[in-house]
Design a protein around this ligand. Structure first.
Ligand code: GLN
Length: 498
């Protein structure tokens, strides 16, 4: 049974359900059993929707029996949702004590779309508080572990969603990515993580961190899986004004067309990564090897490209993201949402609630954000950072005149040990050096497993990042599939979890 759920693509599992070779309930129970067995050691879930999932399974089964959902690629498939995405009547904490008891009265658009395509919401996954972090250690509840080595972090902030897929507790999950929070954990956990173009997927119902950068995207074991769920969640939404009317292609069909004609792509290798601080040589070697194989096996053309502003991305991000966060998080005041630490005085109640309920990293961002937005500093920091983003975007535009996609490692390093960086915020921030540039430019990017490095007898995954032009998810996914083929790393689950 495990083999089927590892080897088959999500669409094939859904097909087995439609052909009545397996029932929706059996599929849901298979994954619920695995969650029971493995989550106590991984801590990927904040809440498992056991009863709700069984009920949904019955409803979906009825629909399938009556011939509905024929065109769905995810019908009957259990999906885990990062806990900063609103789920109707299901607690959504954002990994924070300030939202500890918040029960949304609505579904996020992505959740609504998953449900109408017959996907089953199986649980809410752990994250760094308000998605601020790169290790999931900033969760107010507990850290999540990396399935490849329980002493290591799964990455963050969507560490729960990544760990859950990498350990086969689900086959699909959703995360959010503001500066790398889908791609970095996907890389650390040896799975595929896609951050679609800004605006491709509605943010309605995603708890806001930095609204101009926030995106929702999927994790999967295979590129085809993330392409298929993207098809269902993408597209215009009147509830999100940054989500334009732009047709959603049938990604799997488009990719198949390119595969059929062995479409040759021109790839830009971002050479700035080689000079990046703290780049692990073993990571570099794997990326170079895979790039080389893409040329030899698929006839791709390779060009080394440089983006002069690449190295400024992290400092720009740590002005823009905290600025937006400080204003977005002002709404948590003990009045509008859930938890309040009461006091006789109104202003004291605000202070008490916010001081007691926000964690250290969130407070740090609120301080920085308030500072860079304050009068006198706004022009020097916030405005300047906005101008620098324009330059970065131009660098990407220039690059995309020469090449179709660009590649670099997802992270400069291997998954690090729990506790290794939690006391040093700057070190933690630097783990996103390669993911932040495309976040600022709003471009689609994916992390796909490229290889493994053996450390202390344990294989540790290395992710390769592919960045594409705006709304050109098709090219990004196509090249990712080619990487999947040359690396031979797709669909790998740690041996002791099989
Ligand atoms: N690690 C980055 C941060 O802490 C990115 C987080 C994210 O993408 N949500 O801000």
């Amino acid at each position: 049974m495990v083999e089927i759920f590892v080897e088959k693509k999500v669409r094939e599992i859904s097909q087995l359900i439609k052909k009545k070779e397996i029932s929706v309930r059996e599929v849901v129970e298979f994954f619920l059993d695995r969650i029971k067995k493995f989550d106590p050691q991984l801590n990927a879930f904040l809440y498992v929707c056991e009863k709700e999932a069984i009920l949904q399974a019955e409803e979906v089964q009825k629909k399938i029996n009556s011939g509905e959902l024929q065109n769905s690629k995810i019908a009957g498939i259990p999906i885990a949702i990062k806990d900063n995405i609103a789920t109707y009547k299901i607690r959504t904490t954002c990994g924070s004590k300030i939202l500890e008891n918040w029960i949304p009265p609505y579904d996020a658009t992505v959740v609504k779309r998953i449900k109408s395509a017959g996907g089953i919401i199986i649980g809410k996954t752990n994250l760094d508080e308000f998605a601020m972090g790169s290790s999931t250690e900033n969760s107010a509840f507990f850290p999540t572990k990396n399935p490849w080595d329980l002493d290591r972090v799964p990455g963050g902030s969507s560490g729960g969603s990544a760990s859950a897929v990498a350990s086969l507790m689900v086959r699909l999950s959703l995360g959010s990515d503001t500066g790398g929070s889908i791609r970095q954990p996907a890389g650390f956990c040896g799975i595929v993580g896609l951050c679609p173009t800004y605006g491709r997927v509605s943010r309605f119902g995603l708890v806001a961190f930095a609204s101009s950068l926030d995106r929702i995207g999927p994790f999967g074991l295979y590129v085809d899986d993330v392409a298929d769920i993207l098809y269902h969640i993408a597209g215009y939404d009147e509830l999100d004004s940054t989500c334009p009317y732009f047709p959603v292609p049938d990604y799997s069909k488009e990719i198949a067309i390119l595969e059929e004609k062995n479409h040759r792509v021109k790839i830009g290798v971002i050479k700035d990564f080689v000079e990046a601080d703290g780049l692990d040589k073993r990571v570099r070697d794997i990326i170079v090897l895979v790039a080389d194989k893409l040329c030899r096996e698929f006839g791709f053309e390779l060009e080394y490209v440089s983006l002069p502003t690449f190295k400024y991305a992290v400092p720009i991000y740590y002005i823009i993201a905290p600025a937006e966060a400080s204003s977005n998080l002002a709404r948590y005041d003990g009045v509008k949402y859930g938890v309040r630490d009461d006091s006789e005085e109104l202003s004291e109640m605000y202070v008490k609630t916010r001081t007691n309920r926000f964690g250290d990293e969130v407070k740090r961002r609120i301080f920085i954000g308030t500072f860079v937005l304050s009068s006198g500093y706004y022009d020097a920091y916030y405005l300047k950072a906005q101008k620098a983003i324009t330059l970065l975007r131009r660098d990407f535009d220039e690059t995309f005149k020469k090449v179709d996609v660009v590649i670099c490692p997802t992270s400069p390093e291997l998954p690090f040990k729990l506790g290794e960086k939690s006391q040093d915020p700057l070190k933690m921030y630097l783990s996103d050096v390669f993911t932040i540039p495309s976040s600022l430019a709003g471009l689609p990017a994916i992390s796909v497993p490229a290889g493994f490095v053996e450390e202390n007898g344990k294989p540790l995954p290395v992710g390769l990042q592919i960045i594409g032009k705006q709304f050109d998810e098709v090219s990004v996914l196509y090249v990712a599939k080619c990487v999947e083929k040359v690396s031979g790393c797709a669909g790998k689950i740690p041996k002791d979890l099989i």
